[in-house]
Design a protein around this ligand. Structure first.
Ligand SMILES: Nc1nc2c(ncn2[C@@H]2O[C@H](COP(=O)(O)OP(=O)(O)OP(=O)(O)O)[C@@H](O)[C@H]2O)c(=O)[nH]1
Ligand SMILES: [Mg+2]
Length: 320
C-alpha cells in the first residue's frame, strides 16, 4: 500500500466549512442533545420536532416546532405521513435556516412518526438551500416489529434524497453490550452519533493532528449512498481494528465497502507510526478498498487507549 492511498494532509488549514446538525423527532433530538447549542463551536445545532414538550427537554442552538396546525404540538403519534406533512409545512423556514450552510447532518430514529416522515423533507430542504445532506439514522430494535417495515420504507426515501446515509441498528448495541438495558442502549447509541458528528465536524473545521479536507470528505461519502459505522476502543492495534471491523452497526460484514472515513482519537499513545498501522490494517480488513481517509484528534487522554470510529460506505445492496 502506498502513501498515495492516504489523502491526509498535515498542513493545518481546512478552509471555512459551515456545518449544521439537525435532530429530527424524539430520537434525533435526543442524539444531538449532548452537542449543546453549537457543538463546541464547530456546528450549529437545530432541533426539529412536532412534540412541543419534548423540544423543551433538549438543548440546541435553534428549536423548530413543526406542524403546529396539524398536531397542535403533540407529536405525530407514530404516523409518518403526519410527520412528513408537518415538515412540508415548515420546508421554507428550514430552507432559510440552512441557507449559507455547506453540510447538514440530518439525525433521526426511523420507525416513529416525526423522524421517519420529516427527515427526508429536511434533507431535501437542505439540498435546496445548497448544502450537502448527510443523514445518520437508527433502525428500530427487532422487538419493535410493527415499526421495522415502516422504518425501511421511509429509509429508502431518505437514502434517495441524502448524499449519503449512515445506518445504525439499535439492535446491534444489544448484541455488542448484552448487559445494557434498552434505555442505556439508547444512551450509548446517542453518544456514538453525537461523537461521530462532533469528530467529523471538528476534523473538518478545526486544525487537528491529521486534517481531512471537505473535498476529501465529500469524495469518500460519494463512494456510496449508504454506509454504517464501526467502533472500538483498545490499546492493542490488532484488537482495536479486528473488533471494529467484525462488528459493524448495520449488516454483518463490511467486505463490500467502497470507501471509509476513519477517525482515531487518543492521547500520547497516538503516534504517526500507529496511525499508519491502523489505516493499513483497516484497509486490509475492508477488502483492500483504497478510498480511505484518516482523521485524528488528540483527546488529551493520559492512558494508551485509542478509539477508532469509521464510516464505511457502499452498503447499497443491504437496503434494496
Ligand atoms: N438511538 C435512539 N433511538 C431511539 C431513541 N428514542 C427512540 N428511539 C428509536 O427511534 C424510533 C422512533 O422513535 P421517536 O424518535 O421517539 O419517534 P418520533 O420520530 O419522535 O415520532 P413521533 O413521536 O411518532 O412523532 C423508535 O422506534 C426507537 O427505535 C433514542 O433516544 N435513541
Ligand atoms: Mg416523538
Amino acid at each position: 500500500m502506498s502513501d498515495s492511498n492516504f489523502l491526509h494532509r498535515l498542513d493545518g488549514g481546512t478552509g471555512n466549512v459551515r456545518i449544521a446538525v439537525v435532530g429530527c423527532g424524539g430520537a434525533g433530538c435526543n442524539a444531538i442533545g449532548s452537542l449543546g447549542i453549537n457543538a463546541g463551536g464547530v456546528a450549529r445545532t437545530i432541533a426539529v420536532n412536532t412534540d412541543a414538550a419534548h423540544l423543551l427537554t433538549v438543548q440546541a442552538g435553534k428549536k423548530l416546532l413543526i406542524g403546529r396546525n396539524i398536531t397542535a404540538g403533540r407529536g405525530a403519534g407514530g404516523n409518518a405521513e403526519t410527520g412528513r406533512s408537518a415538515a412540508e409545512e415548515a420546508r421554507k423556514t428550514v430552507r432559510e435556516e440552512l441557507s449559507g450552510t455547506d453540510m447538514v447532518f440530518v439525525i433521526a430514529g426511523m420507525g416513529g412518526g416525526t423522524g421517519s416522515g420529516a427527515s427526508s423533507v429536511i434533507a431535501s430542504a437542505a439540498r435546496e438551500a445548497g448544502a450537502m445532506p448527510i443523514s445518520i439514522v437508527t433502525m428500530p430494535f427487532s422487538f419493535e416489529r410493527g415499526r421495522r417495515e415502516r422504518a425501511k420504507d421511509y429509509l429508502r426515501e431518505l437514502v434517495h434524497v441524502s448524499e449519503s446515509t449512515v445506518i445504525l441498528e439499535n439492535q446491534k448495541i444489544i448484541e455488542l453490550y448484552p448487559e445494557q438495558n434498552v434505555y442505556s442502549a439508547f444512551g450509548l447509541m446517542n453518544t456514538l452519533i453525537s461523537d461521530l458528528v462532533l469528530n467529523l465536524s471538528s476534523t473538518l473545521v478545526k486544525p487537528s493532528l491529521i486534517n481531512v479536507s471537505y473535498g476529501d470528505f465529500r469524495s469518500v461519502m460519494r463512494t456510496g449512498k449508504t454506509s454504517t459505522l464501526i467502533f472500538n476502543e483498545n490499546s492493542d492495534i490488532d484488537v482495536l481494528v479486528r473488533g471494529a471491523v467484525t462488528k459493524p452497526f448495520f449488516q454483518n460484514t463490511i467486505k463490500a465497502a467502497k470507501g471509509a472515513l476513519i477517525h482515531v482519537s487518543g492521547g500520547s499513545a497516538m503516534t504517526l507510526g500507529r496511525m499508519h498501522r491502523i489505516i493499513a490494517e483497516a484497509q486490509e480488513a475492508l477488502g483492500g478498498c483504497s478510498n480511505v481517509i484518516l482523521g485524528a484528534r488528540d483527546d488529551g487522554r493520559k492512558n494508551d487507549i485509542l478509539s477508532l470510529t469509521a464510516v464505511v460506505t457502499g452498503l447499497e445492496q443491504a437496503i434494496s
